[in-house]
Design a binder for this molecule. Structure first.
Ligand code: DC
Length: 221
């Protein structure tokens, strides 16, 4: 049987990675986190001392680095120039830098082949912003997972509190709104609801309910 591709797109904090990871486990597919690839490149630029507005330097830096993924016990590791950078890419600084540099054409081009190849060679559930609309336009199933800004901010707030971080709900809400705006309004491959995507609003759903819904849709492909 040929490989099945599921695209899952949506704004920051909608729960895409949690849900995609669980769906992948249930269906025995590979979970591909494309945000982690963009984050690795943002980390590379931060380490090089560039700011997000230095377009040429950022594009050159991203063209020169290598980004790869590998799977260990079913979990994706992202490698920047061979180094597993998973521990460094989830900070707020990296989140903002990632959203800011992912507007640049050469930054996006860099990851396209990697993403398409992994989907060609495996059954995948791939999460991102432009997967159903651009990277995998022929995906077998496209999900647009969303939730209200208030819900997404609250989830992130609780997550950060659990990690013992001192955070403010209003600040998180503001950061989410900023990132949504940038991701939805950039010129290339913005976050949009693909024509043939199924919109799932998880504001009033549990993780289990969303996972089951997507698994059921996948099983009827
Ligand atoms: O999914 P995430 O929060 O890890 O993504 C971080 C940023 O990367 C996001 O704000 C925009 C960018 N991104 C993108 O432009 N295209 C993707 N397919 C995935 C992420």
């Amino acid at each position: 049987m040929s490989n099945i591709n599921i695209a899952i797109d949506g704004p920051a904090g909608a729960g895409k990675s949690t849900i995609a990871r669980l769906v992948a486990k249930k269906l025995n597919y590979i979970y591909v986190d494309t945000g982690a690839m963009y984050r690795a490149m943002a980390l590379c630029c931060i380490r090089a001392g560039f700011t997000a507005d230095e377009k040429e330097k950022i594009e050159a830096c991203c063209s020169d680095c290598t980004v790869d993924i590998e799977y260990v016990d079913g979990e994706q590791n992202v490698l920047l120039n061979g180094e597993n950078v998973g521990a460094f890419i989830r900070t707020e600084e990296v989140s903002q830098m990632t959203s800011a540099i992912s507007v640049y054409p050469k930054v996006r081009e860099k990851l396209l082949d990697l993403q398409r190849n992994v989907a060609k060679n495996n059954s995948v559930i791939m999460d991102g912003r432009d997967i159903g609309s651009f990277v995998l336009p022929d995906a077998d199933l496209k999900i647009y997972l969303t939730a209200s800004v208030a819900t997404r901010a609250k989830r992130r707030y609780l997550e950060q509190m659990e990690k013992g971080l001192d955070v403010k709900l209003e600040e998180i809400e503001k950061e989410i709104e900023e990132r949504d705006y940038r991701d939805m309004h950039r010129e290339i491959a913005p976050l949009v609801v693909a024509d043939d995507a199924v919109v799932v609003d998880s504001s009033d759903m549990t993780i289990e309910q969303v996972t089951d819904k997507i698994v059921r849709m996948a099983q009827s492909i």
